[in-house]
Structure formats: C-alpha cells, structure tokens
Design a protein around this ligand. Structure first.
Ligand code: 5AD
Ligand code: SF4
Length: 452
C-alpha cells in the first residue's frame, strides 16, 4: 500500500488495511512480495497524478516478473486520481485490475474477489450508505504498531469550490460523522495506547455532526478531551471563514487542544482571493489571526500558499509577501498553481508562465523558511511538553513532538514512548529540535484538569 498526498489518504490506507486483514492480507514494506499493490493516490496537483502513472509503469513490470515465476499480482488504484480519472486509468495502464474512489473503499474486499475474472473494474460512485459503517475496527496490535498519534476522519468533502481546487469533485459534498461514532473510535484508539488524535477533514472546522452538545468542531473537541488518557487533540485542514468564536475560545480554554493551527490563506491579494472564490479578504484573515492570538498568544500558525494563480501580477504577489511578513508563520506549504481539469481556474485567461511561478515560489519560500527557522530558534532555552512517539535516528534517542508540532530528538529510553514529559530545548537544527529531559518536574500534561 502506497499513499500519496494528504493525511486523510494515510487514514484511508489504514482503513483499507483493516478491511483486508480478515481476508488474509497483511502489509509488506517490499513491493516485490506483494500479491496486491494498492496505490492510494492524490489529484491535488499535476505532479502527484503523473507520479502515479510512472509508479504504475514500475508495478506493471513487477507484475510481469512475478507472473513469470508463477505469482499473481493484483493492482488497485484508489484515492482521488481514481475518482477523477476512472476508466482513463485502465486505458493508460492495462495492468490495473481495479480503480476505486475514496467513497467506495468499503467495497474493496467484494470488488477484489470479482477481479481476476478478466473483468477490469471501476467503482467511483458516491454511495448513499455510510462507508464508515462498513469498516471494521483495527486490532489493538494494529493500533499499537501505528503509533501513539493517530488520525481520525471526522468530516469529508467540501462545498467551498475554490476555483483552483479538485477536492469538491473528488471527495464530494461536505459531510460530517456523528459525534458518538467518533467518540467510540477515539476511545478504542486510546484504550490501545494512543495519546494524540488529529481530527481530519478537507474542511474540518465546518464540522457539524449529529450530537447532543451542539455539533461544532469546538463541541467535538470538548467531548473528546473528556476521554481519560487522551492528552492531545489537533485538527486539519481549516477554512478561515469557518473559524468560529467557539473554536477560538476552545484554543483558550481547552488545554488538550494543541496550540497549532493550519489555516490556509492561499494569497494575500484581494483581487486573487476573489478570483479564487475564497470569500474573504486579506484584512479579514489578519483580523482573524489577531483574534486567535488574543485567545492563545503562543499559537503556532501554518498556512498554504499558491503562487501564479491566473492573472497574478507582481503587485498581487507582493501583497502575499506582505501578508506573510505581517503574520509570521511557524511553518507553511507553498505551491505553484497547477491547472486542474474541470476547475474554473483551468479555463481562466492569463495563465502565468512557468518561469515566473518558479521565481515567485522561490522568493516566497525564502521568507517562509526564515520565519520557520526563527520560530524554531525561539523555542531554544524553553521547556516544553513533548509527546514521545518513536525511536530516534540514533541509538538511545527518541523522537517526539512539541505542542507546536515541532519534531524533537531527546536521549531517552523506549519505555517513555507514549509519555508526555517536559523537555528543555537546547538546539534548533534545520528540520528538528534537540532537547534534554527535565528530571523531577511533574509533567504539565498530568496537571491538566480534564474539562467537564
Ligand atoms: N494548484 C496548486 N496548489 C493547489 N492546492 C490545491 N489545488 C491546487 C492547485 N490546483 C494547494 C492549496 C491547498 C493545498 C492542499 O494544496 O494551497 O490548500
Ligand atoms: Fe479545496 Fe480547501 Fe477550497 Fe475546499 S476550501 S475547495 S478543499 S482549497
């Protein structure tokens, strides 16, 4: 199983593994051993889809080599390229046995049984039944093997229709899972040793699942924070227009809600924001950030940026740099605009030349990288709670995360995996921090009161 793209694909891959376990399948890290290869694909930008076709070329060769020694290999294309391209995948790569969209993967076992009959199958429906009702729970061992930080999809799809984005077409309309089902899933994860959950949704802060305590993301986070043993809650990805007062207050009042927020703005130019159909202006975003910082002054902010959206002038690009300078991001993702077939942006006049996009992206990334490094340097000398997740690069080391989602390496024994302990940050490297355990200090996380 190979996943591309966002964290929801990582979550979907785990659910597919859970579905296939009772069928006798087990995951392998070596593709040459695999009787079944699933590419769980991403369609958000061009290169992601092209990577899939180039990978399929390699898997086809492997399938032929394995066939020569009497082994059968099934090839499945899942995820958003499957949804968007459907039959086209079978036309471009004949070795593929099954193409399955993200809303249909609960049908995977049944569809797999129908392959091998010479019939090539495509299932890119948006079925009426809830796929989550058909997904088996993972075993405790599986949860444990996946680590102490887990993803949980709480919302899928998007109704915003930003003019550059394929998500409303590949993942469909917005829908939220009921509170009770999410609580049950998180309780099972925590019972198996998970300490942190990241709530996933393409538009997660628009969450509105059925539930008794109101059904906003803030209410869901409050409810989850009452699960004993769950120490940390994160969520991604959010839209500025859905960042309501309750969620901002939750950042102030709910210690389990981590002080990190990924809030994509895409551009700092009002003209481009309007053309992108973002329905907010740069000043609205800045006002929102000010409100969030008033509620939680130490919050680490992250964003997504697109350069070279059709019609973007130098002045528009400067406005984006200006917004970045005003906010000071702890981290960010930035991309060159990639016209996605079927989206309004793809048909807009004034597409921007590649060399212009390359230059703008480089300039933007220098600024964002400076801000990221400055944020990391600012943690040096501070003592922060670290959730220890897994063995580090060197022997005797563990890797963990600060509340601000920074990776930290600490000399510590593996018995601390899953624990949250105060760590003094001693150095900021290019991509991670180093720290040392503070002995004898009661972990802040244990002093936290569980909100009722
Ligand atoms: N071109 C470039 N970047 C895109 N993104 C989404 N669609 C495109 C596109 N067509 C970026 C946005 C989004 C992130 C997940 O990917 O910044 O927030
Ligand atoms: Fe895509 Fe996000 Fe816009 Fe929805 S809100 S269309 S997922 S960029």
């Amino acid at each position: 199983m190979k996943s591309y793209g966002c964290q929801m694909n990582v979550y979907d891959a785990q659910r597919m593994a859970d579905l296939l376990a009772p069928e006798g399948y087990d995951e392998t890290q070596h593709m040459e051993d695999a009787d079944l290869v699933i590419l769980n694909t991403c369609h958000i930008r061009e290169r992601a889809a092209e990577k899939v076709f180039s990978e399929l070329g390699k898997v086809r060769l492997l399938k032929a080599e394995r066939a020569a020694i009497g082994h059968k290999t099934k090839i499945v294309v899942a995820g958003c390229v499957a949804q968007a391209e459907g039959e086209e995948i079978l036309r471009r790569q004949k070795a593929v046995d099954l193409v399955i969209g993200p809303q249909s993967y609960h049908r995977l076992p049944e569809l797999l049984r129908r392959t091998g009959t010479g019939e090539s199958l495509v299932d890119t429906e948006f079925p009426l039944e809830d796929k989550f009702d058909h997904l088996p729970a993972p075993s405790r061992q599986q949860i444990f093997a996946r680590g102490v930080s887990a993803f949980v999809t709480v919302q899928e799809g998007c109704d915003k229709f930003c003019t550059f984005c394929v998500v409303p077409y590949t993942r469909g309309a917005e829908s939220s899972r009921p509170v009770a089902k999410i609580v049950a899933e998180v309780e099972a994860l925590v019972a198996a040793g998970v300490r942190e959950v990241s709530l996933l949704g393409q538009n997660v802060n628009a969450y509105h699942g059925e539930g008794e305590d109101g059904a906003s993301l803030a209410a869901l986070a409050m409810r989850l924070a009452r699960i004993p043993g769950l120490a940390r809650i994160r969520y991604t990805t959010s839209h500025p227009n859905d960042m309501d007062g309750d969620l901002i207050k939750a950042h102030r009042d709910l210690p389990a809600l981590m002080p990190f927020l990924h809030l994509p703005v895409q551009s700092g130019s009002d003209r481009i924001l309007a053309a992108m159909n973002r329905k907010h202006k740069a000043k609205d975003y800045l006002a929102l950030i000010a409100k969030i910082r008033a509620a939680r002054p130490d919050i680490a902010l992250s964003s997504d940026f697109i350069v070279g959206f059709p019609g973007e002038t130098e002045a528009d690009f400067e406005a984006t740099l200006d917004l970045i300078a005003k906010v000071n991001f702890a981290s960010a993702f930035s991309f060159k605009y990639s016209p996605r077939p079927g989206t309004p942006g793809a048909d807009m006049p004034e597409q921007i030349e590649e060399r212009v996009m390359v230059r703008r992206l480089a300039e933007l990334q220098v600024l964002l990288e400076d801000q990221r490094q400055a944020f990391n340097r600012a943690t040096v000398g501070r003592t922060v709670d670290v959730l220890f997740e897994k063995p580090g690069r060197h022997k005797g080391q563990l890797t963990g995360k600060t509340p601000y989602l920074q990776a930290v390496h600490v000399e510590a024994g593996s018995d601390l995996i899953g624990k949250i302990l105060p760590v003094e940050i001693i150095e900021a490297g290019a991509n991670s921090l180093s720290g040392r355990l503070c002995e004898g200090i009661a972990p802040e996380s244990l002093q936290w009161e569980v909100p009722v």
